[in-house]
Design a protein around this ligand. Structure first.
Ligand SMILES: Cc1ncc(COP(=O)(O)O)c(C=O)c1O
Length: 403
């Protein structure tokens, strides 16, 4: 009998990244000589602050050994100092450096939920949560937010309806990818109150903490009353514009959580040694570096938002943070529109790669008329993106109507 090689069903249930699935079409367009303006991933053209390179060059050890699983002590202490500037007092054991926020997310989900458990999320949601949950057998329960309402959270009672005996945690991404929304004080208080009332963890993904266009950066860790509940996920990727450095952190003052997380961290050995060293000076002057990066995103947001607002039939709200915007277009299926832009359209030799938003949703059928734009190009290039989009949308509607 011929036996077949079997692959895991667990991984087959994981969606291909919505952000990367149009790459082959983009490459084909480029081979035809068309310039593809890429605003589909949060990979920015803003350079990493110079102190990083200086620190990297100053690494003198001839070996690059494993870092300790709980982090290189000097690096972890730099995180402690950074958090102190936010008014959050931590001990080194409250922090474990990770391979980006992505690994922190995996550690948090592994640390608090078993297969069959439920975790509440607000949709649209950053898709890696869906991927990790599928791999871990965790059910994500969505609370749906709307672009018309600027992705504001519903009242506590509406959220509470989704909580069951199996719910272990609420995920909040603040500032948000993909929506660009920033929680108000009242919304933050609502989440804390729900977590306490129903004994849930708050998994606070604060990857974009410093990229806010009004007010100061905040953290759920600042809440004194929810100390045991909060697990913050952090990252250098966006605040210091260095996603390829792959350094993030998981932070909690709940010692039992951190004990669990450390076990997982030991299994995977360590976060990268060189990068932990080289990012210490970034953390030591985090506010200065992150502020100038945030200002640049604010300028870019204006270009994108004001252009979208003028486009007939487009629904959009002004994002308050992060580097993304969601727009609802006057067509039924933005996946077809994105394919059209890459295969049938260009304006003066240029086209654009944006992300259709349906895969940011968990509820089937939602978000099919929406796109997400990551404003990762400079203002002049973003103006070109917006021109391509406006003309592309006109051409698409002339050809296909509102399909
Ligand atoms: C909300 C959110 N969480 C986590 C990540 C992953 O970040 P990292 O590069 O630190 O792994 C991203 C990246 O875009 C993100 O948008």
């Amino acid at each position: 009998m011929k036996r077949k090689l079997h692959l895991s069903r667990r991984v087959e249930s994981v969606l291909a990244s919505p952000i990367r699935k149009f790459l082959p079409l983009a490459l084909a367009a480029e081979q035809r000589g068309i310039e593809v303006l890429r605003v589909n991933v949060g990979d920015s053209d803003i350079p990493v602050p110079k102190v990083f390179w200086r620190a990297l060059r100053s690494f003198r050890d001839r070996n690059i050994g494993y870092a300790p699983s709980p982090g290189i002590p000097q690096h972890t202490r730099a995180w402690v100092k950074y958090y102190a500037t936010l008014g959050v007092k931590l001990r080194p054991q409250d922090i474990i450096p990770t391979v980006g926020c992505a690994e922190a997310m995996l550690f948090a989900l592994l640390g608090v939920a078993d297969p069959g458990d439920e975790v509440l999320v607000f949709e649209p949601v950053y898709p890696s949560y869906k991927g990790f949950a599928a791999m871990l057998g965790i059910r994500l329960v969505p609370v749906t937010l709307s672009v018309e309402n600027n992705f504001a959270l519903p009242p506590a009672a509406t959220i509470a309806k989704k909580i069951t005996r199996k719910t272990r945690a609420i995920v909040v991404i603040n500032p948000n990818n993909p929506t660009g929304a920033v929680l108000t004080k009242q919304e933050t208080a609502r989440i804390i109150q729900l977590a306490k009332k129903y004994h849930l963890f708050i998994i606070a993904d604060e990857t974009y903490r410093e990229i806010v266009f009004q007010g100061k950066p905040t953290s759920f860790l600042q809440s004194k009353s929810a100390r045991e509940h909060v697990i913050a996920l952090d990252s250098m990727s966006k605040k210091f514009s260095c996603p390829g450095v792959r350094i993030g952190a998981i932070v909690s003052r709940n010692a039992e959580v951190m004990r669990n997380v450390l076990r997982v961290a030991m299994v995977r050995l360590s976060a990268p040694t060189l990068e932990q060293w080289a990012t210490i000076p970034l953390l030591e002057h985090a506010a200065t570096h992150a502020r100038s990066i945030a200002r640049e995103y604010q300028r870019r947001r204006q270009v994108v938002y004001s252009a979208l607002k003028k486009m007939p039939g487009v629904t959009v709200r002004q994002p308050a943070g992060a580097l993304y915007i969601i727009a609802a277009l006057p067509i039924a299926n933005t996946e077809d529109f994105v394919k059209f832009l890459l295969t049938e359209f260009h304006y003066r030799g240029k086209t654009a790669l944006v992300t259709p938003a349906a895969d940011f949703y968990i509820t089937p059928g939602l978000g099919r008329n929406q796109i997400r734009i990551a404003y990762v190009l400079n203002a002049a290039r973003l103006r070109q993106v917006m021109e391509v989009l406006e003309r592309g949308l006109q051409a698409y509607r002339q050809k296909y109507g509102t399909a």
